[in-house]
Ligand binder design. Structure first.
Ligand SMILES: C[S@@+](CC[C@H](N)C(=O)[O-])C[C@H]1O[C@@H](n2cnc3c(N)ncnc32)[C@H](O)[C@@H]1O
Length: 254
C-alpha cells in the first residue's frame, strides 16, 4: 500500500481486518475489492494505492532481526554469481532472510538455497519471512558455516554477508564448483583488504575477479522540477567476487 506522500506499508490481508493510516482507516475487504493496482480511500477520504509488494519492497518492509543486504546489492550479487534456474547456492549468514529471497528467486523451484545462521532467533525470523513470501526452495541450518559439513563441489555459487568471512572462506572453497564464484558483501573497505590478504596468504584457489560498489542515484522528477533527490541511499557495501580456480591457486592468483 502506498499513500500520497509515497510512504509504503506492508500489510497481510485478513478476514475482517482493518488498516489504520494516520489519515483514517480502511477495511481489508475494500483493499481486496480494489485489487493490485487499484485505489481505496480511508474513511477520511485519503487515497491509498494498492500494490502487491515487489521483492524489493517486501525485503525493505518485512520484519527484521539483522540488517538486510540492500536490494540493489542483492540484485547485483545474483548477477555476479550468474545464478539461474536449477542451481544450488550456499549462503551465510541468513540474517533476516533478505538476500536468501533474492537467491531463492534466481534459482527457482528446481534449485535450492542452503543458508546458515548462528543465531537461533535470526534463523526463526528468516524462516518466517521466507515462508510468508512463499519460497519453499530454502534449507535453513543453525550453526557456524565455517564448521558446517558441506558436500564437495556441490554449489554453483556462495553468497556471504557476515562480519569476518576470511575466517570461513578456506573451509568453504572445496564446496564450490570450479569456475563458479563466491560473492561477499562487505560494508567496510578494511574488511575487503583483510579478505584479499587472507585469500593470498592461505593461497586459496580463487581469482579476485572484481570489487565493486553499486551506485543508485534517485531523481525527483515532478515537472517543472527535475533534479537528483535530496535524500539518497549512501554507501551500503562493497561486493567482492572470487572466482574458483580448478587448480591450487598459488599466491599469484589473487
Ligand atoms: C548482516 S546479517 C545478514 C543479513 C542477510 N544478508 C539479510 O539480507 O537478511 C549477518 C548475519 O551473519 C550471521 N553470522 C555471522 N557469522 C556467521 C557464521 N560464521 N556462520 C553463520 N552465520 C553467521 C550473523 O549472526 C548475522 O545474522
Amino acid at each position: 500500500m502506498r499513500d500520497a506522500k509515497g510512504r509504503r506499508y506492508l500489510i497481510r490481508l485478513q478476514e475482517g481486518g482493518r488498516f489504520f493510516h494516520h489519515k483514517g482507516a480502511v477495511d481489508h475487504q475494500a483493499i481486496v475489492a480494489a485489487g493490485p493496482g487499484g485505489i481505496v480511500h480511508t474513511h477520511q477520504g485519503e487515497p491509498l494505492w494498492v500494490h502487491r509488494p515487489t521483492l524489493e519492497e517486501y525485503v525493505l518492509l518485512m520484519k527484521r532481526g539483522a540488517t538486510v543486504t540492500y536490494p540493489k546489492d542483492a540484485a547485483a550479487l545474483v548477477m555476479m554469481l550468474d545464478l539461474g534456474p536449477g542451481m544450488r547456492v550456499l549462503e551465510a549468514g541468513t540474517g533476516s532472510g533478505g538476500l536468501t529471497l533474492f537467491l531463492a528467486r534466481a534459482v527457482g523451484q528446481a534449485g535450492e538455497v542452503w543458508t546458515f545462521e548462528t543465531r537461533p532467533a535470526f534463523k526463526e525470523r528468516a524462516e518466517r519471512n521466507v515462508a510468508a513470501w512463499g519460497a519453499s526452495n530454502v534449507r535453513f541450518f543453525l550453526g557456524d558455516v565455517g564448521e558446517a559439513e558441506l558436500p564437495e563441489g556441490a554449489f554453483d555459487g556462495i553468497a556471504l554477508d557476515l562480519m569476518e568471512p576470511w575466517k570461513v572462506i578456506a573451509h568453504l572453497a572445496p564446496a564450490l564448483k570450479p569456475d563458479r564464484s563466491a560473492v561477499l558483501y562487505l560494508p567496510n573497505i578494511t574488511q575487503v583488504v583483510e579478505l584479499v590478504r587472507a585469500v593470498r596468504e592461505k593461497a586459496l584457489p580463487f581469482l579476485l575477479q572484481r570489487v565493486i560498489e553499486v551506485g543508485h542515484r534517485e531523481w525527483d522528477v515532478r515537472p517543472p522540477v527535475a533534479h537528483p533527490a535530496f535524500r539518497q541511499i549512501g554507501h551500503t557495501a562493497f561486493l567482492v567476487q572470487l572466482r574458483k580456480l580448478a587448480r591450487e591457486a598459488g599466491q599469484e592468483a589473487v
